[in-house]
Structures are given as structure tokens and as C-alpha cells.
Design a protein around this ligand. Sequence first.
Ligand code: KG4
Ligand code: ZN
Length: 335
Amino acid sequence: MQKNKQTVILGIETSCDETSAAVMRGDELLSNIISSQIEIHRRFGGVVPEIASRNHLTAILPVIDEALGAAGITRGDIDAVAVTYGAGLVGALLVGVSAAKALAYALGVPLYAVNHIEAHIAANYISSPELKPPFLAVVASGGHTGIARVDGLNEFRMIASTTDDAIGEAFDKVARALGLPYPGGPEIDKLARTGAPDIEFVSHKRVGNISYSGLKTAVVNYMHKLEQRGETPNKADICASFQKTAVDMLVDTAIAAVEQTGIRTLCLAGGVAANSYLRDKLKAEGERRGAVVYYPPMSLCTDNAAMICARARGMIAEGVAAAKLDLNAVSYLKL
Ligand code: KG4
Ligand code: ZN
């Protein structure tokens, strides 16, 4: 695989409910097409895996063609294909993996197997080309939460992780308990802006301990108690208080990691990186300690294939081996 700057990479992402394809040439993002299934899954209150796979199947080829068209290239211009092979819903992942393998085989180009969480981190390279390892990544997604240490383009290590639920999962579960539509994260973000963050859901806070299961239960219990007393819960106050507690736990851990490691560059990664309070809080707390804080634009926070291209660029740059054509999808995959 030639390592010149102008390598054209087709990225494919189908790990959950977004079918996405993107094209990068060198460090330039030429297209990033995202076909979201949110409307389809909303009536079920969450993603239904079987329905997600079926919809990826019908969307994948049109989405790839649209990405090539928007980039102004044809299949023959592709130098490498990159695809998310985990973590995610196995049936959903398999659609992207199968399409990527078929294309790589037919075009005679290498196939790169991308870890979804590493890709969320690599999304920062697109919007902030000046970002260079070592840095700390605050991972805040629907399936993973914690602090990763990034020591090289291909060196990722979680140094703190949630002991139970992921932060996005907690946002979605609390939103559901409040009767807000799926996905709940953006809804809580919106409602929280009009609420007061003064309800104390958890009394014992220990820096470095990221745990969301107890917080979620505390919110649900709080609502039940109000209902038993015949009182109407103030949803905005609940959202603001939950969001503050959930985010502060992660930001406090990130700041502790800055102090422990002496690494003063931070970035945000994952769908919850779109959360306005998390973006503001991490930036303020990081900068107070002399750290530089990066986060991707909203369009690169939730699942997208541009980040898959960005991750593959790092693999190609350092000669990481391409995947074999018997690549399989992996539902549980660590960083
Ligand atoms: O990273 P992602 O797209 O999926 C995984 O890789 O897991 O993250 C999806 C999560 C969902 O839980 C969604 O509710 C949350 O990101 N999310 C948000 C916001 N936008 C998306 N959570 C809080 N505030 C937001 N603005
Ligand atoms: Zn994701």
C-alpha cells in the first residue's frame, strides 16, 4: 500500500442505526453521507437490532454510491476500503463488513478493519489537523465511557472506564423514564438548558469512579417518590441535575488523568461529545489547568464514516497490516 498523502480511502460504518459512507483523499474529507434510521426505531423507544440490519442492507449500496458521487470519484479511484468491524450490533456490523470485503476484493485494494471507538477518537484529526499524540481522549458514547491515553497514531489504552453503564446509555434510559423520545441524549441536552441543576441524586462522589447505573436508578426513584406524593416532576430540573452529575463525574476523572499523566492535551470522542454541557465543562476545566481541549464538530460526533477514514489514515501511515478477506464482525471489542 503506497503511503502518499493523496491516498483515496472509502470508509464504511454500520455499527448501530446509521448507514454511512465517506471518502477522504489525503487529509481532505471529500464526502460523508449518513442515512439515519432514528425515525424507524423511535416508535420502539430504542434500536431494534434485526430491523437495523435489514435497513442497512437496503441503504448500504445507495449510500456508498452517493458518497462516491458527492466526492466526484468513481470506484476505480479508491485506493483502500476501511470498515467498522466492532464494537456494535453484530448483524448491523456484518452488512458493512460484507460490503467492504466485496468492494476490496473486486477492486483489488487493501481492506482496513477499524475499531469503532478508535475511530470516534480519530474524528478529531479531521477537524483539528494540529492534534498530535500524546493526548487524552474523553470517550463518551452509547457503548463506551472513560478516559483513553493515546500515545501514537495506533496506540490507544483505556486508563479509566465506567464500572457499569455507558454515559449515552444512561442519558437514553433516563430520557425514557421521563417519557422523552429516542434518542434521549439530545432531548435531555435541550431540556436541561431551561432547568436548575440543583437536585442531588448521589451523595457520595469519588473522583475517578465513573458509574451510571446507580445515578439512573436514583433519578427513577426520585420520580416515583414525587408521583406517590401526587406531585408533578419538573423535567427540566431533573434533566439539568442528571446531566450535571453524569458529565461532572467524567470531567473530574479527565482532569485527574491530566494531573496524573502530565498530558495537557484533551479531546472529546463519541456521540455524547455532542452534549453542550460536556463540551463547555471540559473546555473550561481543562483550560483552567493549562490544557488544550479539542472536540469534533457536531456532524462528526455521532456515528459517521468520515471517522472511519480518519482512523484508517493512521493505520496506513504507520504500515498497520491490512485485514484478510475472512474478516468477521465483533460485537464486543475493547479499545
Ligand atoms: O457514539 P454514538 O453515536 O454511539 C455509539 O458508538 O455507542 O453515541 C450515541 C449516544 C446516544 O446514547 C445518544 O443519546 C447520545 O450519544 N447523544 C447525546 C447527545 N447527542 C447524542 N447525549 C447527550 N447529549 C447530546 N447532545
Ligand atoms: Zn459511535
